[in-house]
Design a protein around this ligand. Sequence first.
Ligand SMILES: Nc1ncnc2c1ncn2[C@@H]1O[C@H](COP(=O)(O)OP(=O)(O)OP(=O)(O)O)[C@@H](O)[C@H]1O
Length: 251
Amino acid sequence: MGGSMNAISLRNLSVSYGDTRVVEDLSLDIAESECFGLVGESGSGKSTVLGAITGLVADWTGDISLFGKPRGKAIDRSFAALCQMVFQDPYGSLHPRQTVDAVLSEPLAIHGVGDADERVPEMMAACGLDPPFRFRLPHQLSGGQRQRVAIARALMLKPKILLLDEPTSALDVSVQAEILNLLKRLRREQKLTYILVTHDLAVVSFLCDRLAVMRQGRILEVTGVEALKTNSMTHTYSRELIARSTTRVTA
Ligand SMILES: Nc1ncnc2c1ncn2[C@@H]1O[C@H](COP(=O)(O)OP(=O)(O)OP(=O)(O)O)[C@@H](O)[C@H]1O
């Protein structure tokens, strides 16, 4: 790998809420253009890792570097332009009185990027939203369309990294596949690096190159996605996690 730069590098990351440490001495390198899955049972600290990277969770120690640049405690604008997050519930993350146009224009206005008239339709098209949706409100959209809007919003500043926290878990099964295909295509077209947090191992199998199994705030093992597909992970705990997964992992 000599010379190639990691998109995301975490070194000895520990994160606490008050007196409770929930992520413990975690180190991880994620290559540019890689899709990396974080799996583990509820409460193992997956979302907290994403929160520390994006600055939603403030109390962390260690080192968080993006493309070789260590991030300070405060999130600055250049960081926001580089790394964005997509959440599970697009309804909760969209303002009920903001049209799609307003939602997508906002990041441009905040960052002083002036070409909204061009960029909004362009990103809507890239995310599979037809032009008439531009002036609709969130409640006038389906769940899948809302998640497309949330993904388009995250991409407005042309970030290089997308952190995806259960991006399809709130959606109907029939819509999940559409959004997964969209994420796969966008990753290729926009050369994005993903960290994907999910309970759904079939999603990891579909999208990810590698994954880490987390347990009680630590990484138990990191493997290629083949080990997930062939159920040949090293630790018994990981194999049991796969066995308990409600959805079937298909190759
Ligand atoms: N804002 C918070 N304040 C206090 N404790 C929190 C907060 N958010 C999460 N925790 C605790 O931190 C631990 C890790 O939570 P986290 O959400 O990161 O786990 P997770 O693996 O993402 O779980 P899930 O799959 O259920 O989302 C849990 O014990 C949780 O209760």
